[in-house]
Design a protein around this ligand. Structure first.
Ligand code: FES
Length: 574
């Protein structure tokens, strides 16, 4: 330890005996820290995304206390700090508008302070990628403690899942299949404990992603938030980060190209959210890992679906935990993975999961008998999305994966809301619904509206799915034959902006093609007439976002945030 003391970053603050050293120690002592905690022990930042405005992370002050126990026990000094918390359900217009902003805060707070290692407390969807992106650009030893999913929703004798059943219940209400009383009762039944959405939505997908990348202790993703083993995990993670600092096991040593490839394959096998693509691309971009949109198709699309969770299946995260959780999936996939990828506990992925028992094959299938043979995301190309678009076939209607239909176009979300339920809307079940100007710059922020509702009059006829195309995202809890992330987006003049009512569109998922059946000459004419819309804002953060956000095919990060700057700071604080 003595040899390491001089190497610890925090000693640049606490290891000096001059005016600044006095200031650094003295002010911290007002929190009751005794002299000996500045003796060269690892200083661990607990990066907390707790907020009452982010109910999924509402239990994080308690969780932080357990991390703190572990850090002290291992001989470190824990210092907790708050960062911007992105609450999925309350923030307008969409948390995705703020993911990069939050990542900037995480990066700068970590770098600016006397920290040797970091524990990221993450839960609700964007809190995981924002923290990871920021931490990756600093590259200290880092471990993730995710907050865990809520217990299964329980409604009148059956399980209901966050998000997924909201969409179902809302459609039922719209067509009169249930009463408002039924609907309101379901609200309380769905969200009945601490934790994030318990479907395989984006939060659970992100929890699986960080475990698959090797950034959590094994088995972390599925432990329910209110299970005491979640607090034990926090405690053990606190212990482990102190050791990681002593080993100088930094984020970039874990987040290698093989780790990213593992994450893509594992995401396919768990039926993870489409948002995974954007966030993984952005994290890779911070580390200089060469990852492209097509990698998700090439590496993931032929992976089998092994996890039977909503929205692709029928169970929920609590069931996944009792069945054995992600280590079982990793063991089943071992012939496809880089099993030697190192993880935060110093062991490899293969070593961590080699003996993981499967307690319920209705929830986690074996690789020999998967729930679906091919389950990953498919990347589409064509004149309607020159830089790509994605679809999640496992959440789509098989009969619609190859489809040709007449376009019904909505120029933006307001136009959609105003017209979708009009009785005289010229639409039939074979039409292709197109929603424009809901991409990164168009909305702005790329909201989760890609799974927009079908016309009421078709729902009433019993239609449950139609092909929908947009430059938006989709909630990880949603489902349907929904083409997302079309790039370039309509707001920057992508071909999506040129589609008109009555155009024929061909979707061919097996052929990986999305084609607008309009002649090149006609498209050129429409392109010449296309005018960009005025910017949403001339000032402030939204203006910064509009000027620097990149397209979906590279992860929607800001151009100036790609890459990392390390942990060094040129000057002391003055
Ligand atoms: Fe927070 Fe779903 S709303 S995870």
């Amino acid at each position: 330890m003595d040899n390491n003391k001089s190497k610890l970053r925090s000693q640049e603050w606490f290891g000096r005996f001059d005016t600044l050293g006095f200031i650094y120690r003295s002010w911290l002592k007002n929190q009751g820290h005794p002299d000996h905690v500045f003796d060269g022990r690892p200083v661990i930042g607990i990066c907390n995304t707790w907020s009452e405005l982010t109910p999924c992370n509402g239990h994080f002050r308690v969780l932080a206390e357990f991390v703190r126990r572990g850090v002290y026990e291992a001989g470190g000094l824990p210092l907790e700090f708050p960062v911007m918390s992105l609450g999925e359900v309350l923030m307008r217009p969409t948390t995705m508008l703020f993911r990069n902003l939050a990542s900037m805060e995480v990066e700068e707070v970590i770098r600016a302070n006397p920290l040797d290692g970091v524990v990221l407390l993450t839960g609700c969807d964007k809190t995981t990628p924002s923290c990871l992106m920021g931490a990756a650009s600093v590259d200290l030893p880092t471990i993730v403690v995710n907050g865990g999913p809520m217990l299964n929703g329980k409604y009148r004798g059956r399980d209901i899942g966050s998000g997924t059943d909201v969409w179902r219940l809302s459609d039922d209400l719209r067509v009169g299949a249930i009463t408002m009383e039924d609907y309101l009762e379901a609200e309380s039944c769905m969200s009945r404990s601490d934790g994030h959405c318990m479907t395989m939505g984006t939060a659970s997908t992100m929890a699986c992603m960080v475990e698959a990348l090797g950034l959590t202790l094994p088995g972390a993703a599925a432990i329910p938030a209110s299970d005491s083993r979640r607090r034990k995990l926090a405690h053990l993670s606190g212990r482990r980060i102190v050791e990681m600092v002593k080993e100088d096991l930094r984020l970039s040593q874990i987040l290698t190209r093989p780790a990213f490839e593992n994450a893509i394959k594992i995401n396919a096998a768990v039926g993870g959210s489409t948002n995974f693509v954007l966030h993984l691309l952005a994290i890779a971009g911070r580390l200089g890992i060469d990852l492209a949109l097509d990698d998700f198709d090439q590496l993931g699309s032929h992976m089998p679906l092994l996890v039977n969770l909503m929205p692709s299946g029928e169970f929920l995260m609590e069931d996944f935990f009792y069945a054995g959780g992600l280590p079982v999936v990793i063991r089943e996939l071992q012939d496809h993975l880089h099993n030697d990828a190192i993880t935060v506990n110093g062991q490899s992925t293969g070593e961590n999961c080699a003996k993981a028992p499967n307690y319920n094959q209705s929830v986690i299938a074996s690789i020999e008998q998967p729930f679906q043979v091919e389950a990953g995301l498919t990347v589409l190309r064509g004149n309607l999305c020159e830089k790509g678009a994605i679809i999640k076939p496992s959440a789509a209607t098989p009969a619609l994966l190859k489809h040709r239909g007449r376009a019904v176009v909505f120029s933006d979300y307001e136009d959609y809301e105003a017209r979708i339920d009009l009785p005289d809307l010229d639409v039939d079940p074979d039409c292709v619904l197109v929603l424009q100007n809901v991409g990164p710059k168009g909305y702005p922020g790329m909201p989760e509206v890609g799974n927009f509702h079908l016309p009421k009059k078709l729902l009433a006829q019993g239609v449950t799915d139609m092909v929908r195309i947009s430059d938006a995202r989709m909630s990880g809890t949603a489902f349907g034959t929904v083409v997302l992330h079309a790039a370039p987006e309509a707001a920057v003049g992508g071909t999506l902006a040129l589609v008109r009512d009555g155009d024929m569109i061909e979707l061919d998922v097996p052929g990986r093609c999305l084609h607008l059946d309009v002649t090149e000459a006609e498209l050129a004419q429409r392109r010449a007439m296309w005018q960009p819309r005025p910017p949403h804002s001339e000032r402030g953060y939204v203006n910064l976002f509009l000027n620097h956000v990149q397209q979906a095919d590279t992860g929607v990060d800001f151009d100036f945030l790609v890459g990392k700057s390390g942990a060094g700071v040129a000057h002391g604080n003055h």
